[in-house]
Design a binder for this molecule. Sequence first.
Ligand SMILES: Cc1cc2nc3c(=O)[nH]c(=O)nc-3n(C[C@H](O)[C@H](O)[C@H](O)COP(=O)(O)OP(=O)(O)OC[C@H]3O[C@@H](n4cnc5c(N)ncnc54)[C@H](O)[C@@H]3O)c2cc1C
Length: 461
Amino acid sequence: MPTVRPQPFRGNANQGGNKVSDPVERARKGYRNSWSRYQVDLRKQVVWEQPFRNEASVAIIGGGLSGLCCALELAKQGMRSTVFDTGQHSCGGRLATRNTKDGSIRKSFLQDEAYSMSGLYFDHGAQYFSASDSRFVSLVNEWLAEGVIKEWVGPVGTLMPGGSFQSSTSSKGARYVAVQGMRSLAQHLEHQLSKQYSNLVQVRRPMWVGKMESIDNQGWRLMGEGKSLGIYDAVVIAHNGKCANRLMGPTGAPLVAQQLMGLRLSATWALMVAFDSPLPVKFEGATVVGSNVLSWVANNTAKLDLKHAPSSISCWTMTSTNEYAQANKVPQEAVPSEVQDKITSEMLDAFAAAIGVKRADIPKPIFYQCQLWGAALPLNTPSVECIFDAQSRVGVAGDWCSGSNMQAAAISGISLAGRIAALRGRGGSDVQDLSLGLTSPFTQLMPQKRHVTAHMQNHRS
Ligand SMILES: Cc1cc2nc3c(=O)[nH]c(=O)nc-3n(C[C@H](O)[C@H](O)[C@H](O)COP(=O)(O)OP(=O)(O)OC[C@H]3O[C@@H](n4cnc5c(N)ncnc54)[C@H](O)[C@@H]3O)c2cc1C
């Protein structure tokens, strides 16, 4: 059997207490997750006096589910938008899938022999979703009819300490997955926008928007990669975290900036690992209870009905607890191989413990790759569908506005699009009835307990 990397797993480098030899510590050197904090200046409020035009163009910064749904809804209401997203392979954000087909798995992590084993697929962001809001249900029904998504009917539940598995039904009804991995749902939406609404929607990626500024009597100018990306009548910020803070901080929508700065996010390591023989478990997905390291494990091969050669291969995704990720944070962009080894080893140790077997009873991985989500899931929320400052024409869409899952993200985009469309023909300060969430207080989505799992948190909203 091919092995992915010539080097064997290293043990837990934390053991022995030598901090300098810890690959996470070495990789983290000089890296601090410091949230930007700007003094919010309410006198810097921008108020656009001229009526919002029918032909207005909206910039949507972020092509995750919320941004794509916002563009779709704006288009349905006859409005123009441009979606900017950093994605190399497609839009999607945390609707993320890596596979051997499109080069999204780094070849350096695969030996040639393993690389020739096509069909390794890993959903390493969102795992599945449910629908209860009628607006999301109607989108879900369209995706079902188009064959983009399917129901995940395999055994999913909870792994209790000691290894017993308790099957559970989702409190929000059926569990859905995208048939080609979650990213394919974003690709479907991107395709729909560029085909069905090509006259109204433009998607520009990979594109990083770094700055926005108000230009008198014109609108918002976006800057990226050292040049102007155009002037827009309204701006939707459909991403979160430090970049959103930086983008908004000094500009003319101070209450929006204030809300963005109130958000707190968890981190998660996602381990993508393939085994050459089946694991000794009977479930396809499980929330892990009582582990300080693991929060969720899922068998992508079973979930997506993947066909491998040889057929004994299975592709798994394992996500860590927030606590473990916080303790093992490194710059996300290029995780050194020794950090990959350490995280993989520790997560597999935790997996063996969670299913109640010895580590030696778990088959040797033929492939593994870890990704750190530094901004994985919201920990608090203003509990509004979206945030919108109708005077400055700046809005925010994202899961965190009302929860931490895909439904919350989609509804946020749809809801914000409705408010922007309703602004047509209006301007000045007499538009406050359309503003939303500018001063809504945040409440915690979930207590930050030691064993809090990213996945459990998803389904509480
Ligand atoms: C590990 C993990 C597991 C999860 N599991 C589930 C689950 O099982 N079920 C569920 O319902 N939800 C789950 N979620 C949550 C779900 O993925 C999110 O709720 C949803 O995808 C959020 O969509 P969004 O549009 O709000 O944000 P995002 O998906 O984060 O999209 C933001 C986009 O903006 C782009 N961007 C950022 N900055 C810029 C910039 N300056 N310029 C241009 N583009 C920019 C980013 O590249 C990204 O594409 C999970 C998330 C994670 C991380």
